[in-house]
Design a protein around this ligand. Structure first.
Ligand code: NI
Length: 128
């Protein structure tokens, strides 16, 4: 299993190449850390689960494809190159009718399913 890089000798991180190293949907993979934040690649397909993160905002940057972030009163559509910050404590669901690749930026230790749990809860700190 890949380990976190040596922070004393940083190297460029090739996101496209990293995306070839895993295929599982809804299973974020860490590619970098900055202070106590992590940058995670994720592949989305279908509907995730409704959840909220009580202690942190959560940012999505779409790398390819298109995704939706659903809220109880509206839906945001994100296309390649779009950035969206989900506010802490706000219930949301991510959806992707076709496969979408995104970069998630959030503090280390955030659970992907937030307060909801369930089968789509991913292991944390899995690097590619
Ligand atoms: Ni979330």
């Amino acid at each position: 299993m890949p380990q976190s890089p040596n922070p004393a000798q940083p190297e460029p991180i090739h996101l496209a190449e990293k995306l070839t190293q895993f295929h599982q949907h809804w299973s974020p993979r860490v590619v970098a850390e900055m202070n106590d934040y992590q940058f995670k690649l994720v592949k989305l397909l279908g509907d995730f689960v409704w959840h909220a993160h009580d202690h942190t905002d959560e940012a999505f940057l779409v790398l390819s494809g298109q995704m939706e972030i659903g809220f109880r009163d509206r839906t945001a559509t994100l296309r390649q190159g779009d950035l969206f910050v989900v506010p802490r404590g706000v219930e949301h669901i991510t959806r992707a009718p076709q496969e979408c690749h995104a970069l998630i930026i959030e503090p280390r230790g955030v659970i992907n399913t937030g307060d909801s749990g369930g089968a789509l809860t991913a292991q944390n700190d899995v690097w590619v």
